[in-house]
Design a binder for this molecule. Structure first.
Ligand SMILES: Cc1ncc(COP(=O)(O)O)c(C=O)c1O
Length: 404
């Protein structure tokens, strides 16, 4: 639907938002009407280089042909059947995912938060089934982000921020330890702890990659203490970090991994995948969802993941990401450029991230601000060096003007 189809102006649309919406996001000042590859085209024809990619979702670019065709074809045959029926896209996707990331079982969900909810529930049930009623605690990292539902908020290590303020009391059973500090995790675990849950690269927390020693140390700790290692790969999954999953860049296999965002090509889908050890934990009635694993979302995801694998987009993320990261170091006022593959954070010496975000959007480049001094780039995984050069030009101009 475009403006012309509904006979409205841009101001009409903005007024309608003000009237009807809970605006929990401050929106950029354009209407995203068309998506083409790495670009969003607005109502006035202006093109925006989209290095935000729908918050790390549009990894094969906007309206990728293969994804679009898959959605259209599935819509014409079966849109929704429910999980009481066998459907082909669901199981084809299950096999594609499990085989390519070396996991044994999958449970589909509708979003990242839901995938994490499923992972938390699974860990609790595994603990109680195998070790008794008190074995339900989970240690997560400070500065983490695991979602906005009440359990994933409790898992999120950001007390005192608008993300968590006023939503207490949180469900019990979560303790925070310091990210990249193995000793802190060792100290936080006690005899009731069943799992440790971390992001391989903290995304919303400021794009902070885990160290290899940290994740390998967590694996050893979990093995020694009969605990589960849970990775939240909602943001790092499916090529973003330069391998299909972030855990593959660290050579550490989790017992359970959650995923969402990039896997759906823009359709709402998430999943949690487990090793064989957890295969019997969920049985009939133990968990469920009306929409999860919906045939249209699964068909889109099958196309999206096939495209990521066959077009070797993780390799492109590694190669172009390294090029872009190096180039970004020459932007004025930069304190640090960090990340993995095409998940890149730029930290400035001053708290200019929001100004950089809005001024860059005015100039035609999209990104997110994840901390007062940190912007994040998560462009489509098929971006070129040329796209990165264009992004650099805009960013360089915007930051130079801000800090002059
Ligand atoms: C690491 C991580 N986990 C979970 C979530 C929540 O995902 P969703 O917004 O799909 O619920 C996000 C979203 O940004 C995320 O980055």
């Amino acid at each position: 639907m475009k403006l012309q189809d509904v006979n409205k102006t841009k101001d009409d649309i903005k007024d309608m938002y003000n009237t009807y919406f809970y605006e929990t996001f401050k929106r950029l000042d354009f209407i995203a009407e068309t998506g083409e590859g790495s670009y969003i085209i607005a109502e006035d024809g202006k093109k925006y280089l989209d290095f935000m990619a729908g918050i790390a979702v549009n990894s094969t670019g906007h309206c990728n042909k293969r994804v679009v065709e898959a959605i259209k074809a599935q819509c014409e045959t079966m849109i929704h059947a429910s999980n009481y029926c066998y459907t082909v896209p669901q199981v084809m996707l299950a096999e594609l995912i499990c085989k390519n990331i070396g996991m044994e079982k999958i449970y589909f969900q509708n979003s990242g938060a839901e995938a994490n909810e499923a992972m938390i529930k699974l860990a609790r049930k595994y603990g109680k089934d195998n070790f008794g009623p008190n074995r339900y605690k989970i240690v997560t990292a400070s500065n983490s982000f695991h979602g906005r539902t009440l359990a994933t908020l409790a898992a999120t290590g950001q007390p005192g921020t608008p993300i968590q303020n006023n939503y207490d009391p949180f469900i019990p059973g979560f303790t925070y330890a310091e990210y990249n500090n193995l000793q802190s995790f060792i100290d936080a675990c006690d005899e009731d702890t069943i799992a440790v849950m971390v992001e391989p690269v903290q995304g919303e927390g400021g794009v902070i990659p885990a160290t290899k020693e940290f994740l390998q140390g967590l694996r050893k700790l979990c093995d020694e203490k009969n605990m589960l290692l849970l990775f939240d790969e909602v943001q790092t999954g499916w090529g973003r970090t330069g391998e299909l999953m972030g855990f593959m860049t660290y050579d550490v296999k989790p017992d359970c991994v959650s995923m969402a965002k990039a896997m759906g090509g823009g359709m709402p889908i998430g999943a949690m995948c487990t090793s064989a050890k957890l295969a019997l934990t969920f049985g009939p009635g133990a968990h469920g969802s009306t929409y999860a694993g919906n045939p249209v979302c699964c068909a889109a995801s099958y196309a999206q993941i096939s495209e990521i694998i066959e077009e070797k987009l993780a390799d492109n993320a590694k190669e172009v990401g390294a090029y872009f990261m190096e180039k970004l170091k020459s932007i004025p006022d930069v304190k640090e450029v960090r990340g993995k593959g095409l998940m890149i954070g730029v930290e400035f010496n001053s708290n200019i991230a929001n100004d950089v975000k809005y001024n860059s959007a005015d100039e035609g480049l999209l990104m997110t601000a994840v901390r007062p001094a940190v912007i994040r780039f998560v462009p489509p995984l098929n971006v070129t060096r040329d796209d990165c050069d264009k992004a650099w030009e805009i960013l360089n101009k915007v930051v130079s003007e801000l800090v002059k």
